[in-house]
Design a protein around this ligand. Structure first.
Ligand code: NDP
Length: 332
């Protein structure tokens, strides 16, 4: 068995030399335990953002879909697929019922038969990013029919899903993403009303054009200057779900501060950060709803699949550089 250990704190973009792959001896299974072999590993932006809080060296954190290859747990048979926060490792021994202790505490779940969909969706729309979109939009933004939602990071795992839920709820949906191809996909395939390339457009002009009734809900995946501009284009009593700030994760210099308080005060906005594990006790509700919408054809997905355990760092770099449309996963 193998696992990744982080040996150096990231400086700017993660580097291969920040990690070490080490061999791991697996313990004998005790009663109640299972041995699971990783099939898909997740790469997520929080892996770049969170590791500063850990004492080094430390195992890399992350979710995976794994196949049970040995079992002394009568509820989890050999051949079952499970998902859990097992980190960047090829094999995991776990009792299958305890929640891993990490900053992202996510439940271990035995997956139902997802066919014809791939099991990797349990790391995407039928997993943590799907629930981030579902609960973040519904609970924090509380969009009403006819309102306008703006999403940054709109073509990624969370953003592409938020926009589609927004359309299901009867809202006008505007996305910002980093390539024309992604914007085309959002408009033509996912039904976004408008999508703009934030690297080439004038954001103010794009908002005037795309959101003529201004913005009621802002789902913020990126932070930074674009977020301040969007806030200044919001309606009174608008709601901002602060999901992430990927635009600054690789920064080495201190951030330039933009004063957002005037927009918050004069428009009486409500801005709230959240972590998806706030809804751990309603986890299954999100999964069930997203699966229902998927089966009804109301939600589409795309995956960017990297191949090989040895390419985990390239995959992580890929999402930080915007290589992915939809959810990025690594097939082990
Ligand atoms: P994505 O699938 O969206 O992948 C990251 C994307 O971010 C890239 O594809 C890239 O797309 C975009 N990006 C990279 N650099 C920048 C930049 N400088 N400015 C703007 N966009 C950039 O990742 P996720 O959907 O998994 O995550 C999206 C956000 O949600 C992240 O901020 C993440 O930390 C957060 N998150 C928060 C959770 C919570 O519980 N609060 C849970 C899960 C995710 P592009 O080509 O458009 O630039």
């Amino acid at each position: 068995a193998q696992k990744y250990v982080l040996t150096k704190y990231f400086q700017g973009e993660p580097k291969k030399s920040d990690f070490k792959i080490v061999e791991e001896d697996l313990p004998e299974l005790k009663d109640g335990e299972i041995l699971a072999q990783a099939e898909y590993l997740s790469v997520d932006p929080y892996m770049r953002a969170y590791m500063i809080g850990y004492k080094l060296p430390t195992d890399m954190i992350g979710g995976q879909v794994a196949k049970v290859i040995d079992s002394r747990n009568k509820n989890i048979p050999v051949g079952a697929y499970i998902t859990g926060p097992f980190g960047w490792r090829t094999h995991t021994v776990t009792s299958g019922d305890k929640i891993f202790s990490s900053s992202i505490d996510l439940p271990i779940t035995v997956l139902p038969d997802l066919r014809p969909y791939p099991v990797s969706l349990a790391l995407g729309i039928l997993g943590m990013p799907g629930n981030t979109a579902y609960f973040g939009l519904k609970e924090i933004c509380q969009p009403k029919e006819g309102e306008t939602i703006v999403i940054t990071g709109a073509a990624g795992a969370v953003g592409s899903h938020v926009g589609q839920i927004g359309k299901i709820l009867g809202c006008r949906v505007i996305g910002f993403a980093g390539t024309d191809e992604k914007c085309n996909y959002l408009e033509k395939e996912l039904g976004f009303d408008r999508a703009f390339n934030y690297k080439t457009c004038n954001v103010r002009a794009a908002l005037k054009d795309g959101a003529p009734n201004r913005v009621d809900c802002y789902f913020d995946n990126v932070g930074g200057e674009i977020s301040s501009t969007i806030m200044s284009h919001m309606n009174k009593y608008g709601r901002i779900a602060v999901c992430g700030s990927i635009s600054s994760y690789n920064d080495t210099a201190p951030p330039k501060v933009t004063i957002v308080q005037p927009a918050l005060v004069f428009k009486e906005l409500k801005m709230e950060g959240f972590l998806v594990n706030r809804w751990n006790d309603r986890w299954q509700e999100g999964i069930d709803m997203n699966l229902k919408w998927l089966k009804e054809g109301k939600i589409k997905y795309q995956e960017k699949v990297y191949h090989g355990f040895e390419n985990m760092v390239d995959a992580l770099l890929g999402i930080l550089r915007g290589e992915n449309t939809g959810k990025a996963v690594v097939k082990v």
